[in-house]
Design a protein around this ligand. Structure first.
Ligand code: NI
Ligand code: MN
Length: 229
C-alpha cells in the first residue's frame, strides 16, 4: 500500500508501509498548508529547487528529524551550509534509498534563494521519478512543458504524474494536458495552482479536459489522500 497526500501548493507526502518522504515542504506561510512543519515525520525530503514556495521549511524539518534533503547538488550545498544532512544528486542520476529509488529529471525553471539584497543561485531546478512500494511516481516540480516528458513516459511505467497547472511560473492547463498525454501516467494529480492569485486555476476544469483525453485526474485538496493501486 502506498499513499499520496496533498499538503498544499506543491507539497506532497508519499508513504509506503515502512517509510515516508515529502516533496517541497513549504508549510510556514503557505495559505493552504494542511500540517505544520512540526508535525512532519519523514525519512527524506525531496526538494526540487530553491524558491521559497518549495525549499520552504525543508532545512528546519531535516535538521529536527536528522533526515536528509535530496535534490540538485548546488541546492544541497546551500542546505548543508545551513545545517541539514543532504544527499546531493543531479539531473539524470538515480540513487537507491531504504524507501526506494529516486531519479532526478529535467525541469525547465529557475532555482535560487532570494534574500533581501542577494539572489543566491542554487543550480538547476529538477523533478523526481520515485519508485517506492512497487509504484512509480513522477513529481514534475515547477516546469514548463518539454518534449522529453515523452521519454520519461516511455522509460517509466508511471502510476501517478504530479503536474503543475498554475501557468505564469510553470505549465498552464493547456500545456499540462499535452504533458499528461506524453507521460502516459495512469493518473494525474494537479498542483501549484491556487496559493497565489497569479496562478489561480480551476483543477476540476483541468480534470474534465483530461477526461476528454481518457486520462484520469485526481484533484487532491490540501489534506486529502489517495491510495496508489
Ligand atoms: Ni519555482
Ligand atoms: Mn513554485
Amino acid at each position: 500500500m502506498i499513499k499520496l497526500t496533498a499538503l498544499g501548493h506543491a507539497c506532497f507526502m508519499l508513504e509506503t508501509d515502512d517509510h515516508s518522504l515529502i516533496f517541497d515542504p513549504w508549510l510556514s506561510g503557505n495559505p493552504e498548508a494542511a500540517v505544520s512543519p512540526d508535525e512532519v515525520n519523514v525519512d527524506a525530503l525531496l526538494v526540487s529547487h530553491g524558491h521559497s514556495d518549495h525549499l520552504g521549511d525543508a532545512i528546519d524539518i531535516a535538521t529536527r528529524l536528522g533526515a536528509p534533503i535530496v535534490g540538485p547538488y548546488e541546492l544541497c550545498m546551500y542546505c548543508m551550509r545551513h545545517g541539514a544532512d543532504v544527499i546531493p544528486m543531479h539531473i539524470g542520476g538515480g540513487h537507491d534509498f531504504d524507501f526506494g529509488h529516486v531519479k532526478l529529471t529535467l525541469a525547465l525553471h529557475g532555482s535560487a534563494v532570494i534574500h533581501d539584497d542577494l539572489i543566491e543561485y542554487t543550480g538547476p531546478a529538477c523533478g523526481f521519478v520515485v519508485n517506492a512500494g512497487g509504484r512509480t511516481v513522477y513529481y514534475a516540480g515547477d516546469t514548463g512543458i518539454f518534449g522529453d516528458m515523452a521519454l520519461i513516459g516511455e522509460m517509466n511505467d508511471l502510476d501517478v504524474a504530479i503536474l503543475p497547472i498554475g501557468d505564469n511560473f510553470t505549465m498552464g492547463p493547456d500545456d499540462a494536458v499535452k504533458a499528461a498525454e506524453m507521460l502516459g501516467a495512469s493518473e494525474v494529480v494537479p498542483m501549484h495552482y491556487s496559493a497565489f492569485d497569479v496562478i489561480e486555476q480551476d483543477p476540476d476544469a483541468f480534470a474534465d479536459r483530461l477526461a476528454e483525453h481518457d486520462i484520469e485526474c485526481i484533484v487532491l485538496k490540501p489534506g486529502e489522500q489517495m491510495e496508489l493501486s
